[in-house]
Structures are given as C-alpha cells and as structure tokens.
Write a protein that binds this ligand. Structure first.
Ligand code: B1M
Length: 222
C-alpha cells in the first residue's frame, strides 16, 4: 500500500497522468496517477489517504517551482494528473443523501486561477448534502454579489492560492458584508490563515474541505 501511495505522489509531482501519456518521457509506458489511484481504491486505500498523497506530490512540485527547477508547464501537468485522481475520488465523497442542507456558493477570488483546492471543497461539501453553486476561478466581487442576491439563504466560500490575491479576497469579503451583512463567509486556501480570515472580517477559516463541512454544520445548527 505504501508503495502505491508513494507512486501516486511521484506521478503527481512528475505530472504523469496515465499509462498512455507521453509525458514525462522517462516514465513512458509506466502507470500514471489515473491507474494507480484506481488500484489504490480497489486495494482499500482510503480516499483521504490518496488525497494526502496527491498533496505531497503538489507540495514537492511547488517547492521545485520555487527553486526554479520546474516551470508553469510542469505545474499544469501536475494539475492534470491530480484531476485524473479526483475523477476517481468523487464517487467516494457522495453520501447519496438527497436532502439539501442549504446552498453553498464557492469561487476562487479575482485574479486567481488555482482551482484544485476549491474543486475539492466543492466536491466534499456537495457530497455532504449541500447544493453547491461553483462560480469557478477569477471570480470578481460583483459576480459574488449578483449570485448572493439571487440566493439570499446561501453561505459563501472563497478560495485563494496567491498571497497577491488575498487582497482581492479581503475586498470581496468586505463588499459581501457591506451589501449582505447576514451572509456568512468562509475563506480558505494555502496562504490564508485564521488570523488573516479574522482581519478580513470573514466568519470562518477552513483549513481543508472537511473543516469547511464542519463549519457549515455549525452554521446550520445556529
Ligand atoms: Co501556482 N502557485 N501559480 N499554479 N501553484 C502556487 C500556489 C505557489 C505556492 C508555487 C510556488 O511558488 N511554490 C505560488 C504562489 C506563491 C505565493 O503567492 N505565495 C504559485 C504561483 C507563483 C503561480 C503563478 C504566478 C506562476 C506564474 O505564472 N509565474 C501562476 C498564477 C496564475 C494565477 O492564478 N493568476 C500559477 C499558476 C499555476 C497553474 C495554473 C500552472 C497551476 C494551477 C492549476 C489549477 O489549479 N487548475 C498551479 C499549481 C498546480 C500550483 C501548486 C504547485 C499546487 C496548487 C494546488 O493545487 N495544490 C502551488 C504550490 C503548492 O501549493 N504547493 C502553486 C493542491 C490543492 C489540493 O491544495 O489549493 O492549497 P490547495 O487547497 C487545499 C487547502 O488550501 C484547502 O483545501 C484544499 C485541500 O486541503 N482550501 C480550502 C482551498 N480553498 C479552500 C476554501 C475553503 C476551505 C479550504 O473554504 C471556502
């Protein structure tokens, strides 16, 4: 099992999507993240362990990027490999619960194109019984305001992965609170901290998708 987990991490780090993928050339004809994730699930590895393995791979490629050892195309291939894994994990996050507990509007803030973490949060929240309205990436404040005005009972989730877009996140939180003081806002993403969330005026900080669900449950309970 450990071997499978390590191989998944490595495939994410190297951007090896599946066996037929020609990239990277030194891993040609070897199994990729796609096949290995499926194999891991079949042998009883827990979906969250597979996610952790992916995060290790992403962390490693991110560090290489910081050291200028790889560039944006390599990050894109890593993202593609992780998407292949997420396609297999999605069914495991579905509880089959039909009743919707409420609406959750989520998006990556303006100027930010990172969506893997946001997609994970969407998937897990939806799987736990919420109706999710996913606005995608680079979502301007006005878009959030428009969607909230049409869904007055929603909770909003904002994701940011760049330190530079945290300022946009802060502006979006402020505008949501100015226009809709009763709407609760959860913020998250790698550079965001609990302290930053408080400073922005957000109602909560989510470190990971499960925490986002726990916060939503708390809001629901009042
Ligand atoms: Co970019 N990138 N990237 N990137 N990228 C980072 C974030 C970076 C840390 C890499 C590095 O330098 N080491 C760095 C940011 C530095 C900084 O600001 N401090 C960086 C940079 C600089 C850039 C560009 C500027 C590079 C360039 O063009 N020169 C550029 C910016 C583009 C833009 O957004 N305008 C860029 C582009 C890209 C790609 C498009 C190539 C690609 C993204 C593809 C995609 O998302 N579809 C990419 C990638 C893949 C990364 C890294 C390697 C991986 C990010 C990721 O998906 N992680 C990343 C390095 C790293 O993070 N180690 C990096 C896995 C994901 C599951 O984690 O998103 O953190 P994460 O989500 C977590 C939690 O944060 C949390 O739950 C998730 C699961 O635990 N969470 C929430 C997230 N949102 C939440 C919301 C919640 C609650 C929890 O409630 C609402």
């Amino acid at each position: 099992m450990d071997d499978l987990i390590k191989k998944i991490s490595y495939c994410i780090e190297r951007g090896k999507v599946n066996k037929s993928a020609p990239y990277p050339p030194d891993l040609k004809d070897q199994e990729g993240a796609d096949e290995l994730a499926l194999k891991a699930l079949e042998t009883g590895v827990k979906p969250f362990e597979i996610l952790d393995a992916c995060n290790v791979g992403m962390k490693n490629i991110g560090e290489k990027f910081s050291r200028n050892e790889v560039f944006v195309p390599e990050l894109l291939m890593a993202a593609k490999a992780m998407q292949a894994v997420m396609n297999h994990l999605k069914p495991y996050f579905q509880t089959g619960e039909v009743k919707k507990k409420g609406k959750f509007v989520i998006g990556t803030v303006a100027g930010d194109l990172h969506d893997i973490g946001k997609n994970l949060v969407s998937m897990v929240v939806e799987g736990n019984g919420w109706e999710v309205i996913d606005l995608g990436v680079d979502v301007k404040t006005n878009k959030f305001l428009e969607v909230i005005s049409n869904n007055r009972n929603c909770t909003v989730g904002l994701s940011a992965l760049l330190t530079t877009t945290m300022a946009n996140m802060s502006n979006t939180v402020a505008e949501i609170k100015n226009n809709f003081p009763d709407i609760k806002v959860i913020v998250g993403g790698a550079p965001v901290t609990r302290e930053a969330a408080i400073k922005m005026g957000a109602d909560a900080y989510g470190d990971n998708p499960q925490q986002a669900v726990e916060i939503l449950e708390q809001f629901l309970a009042g």
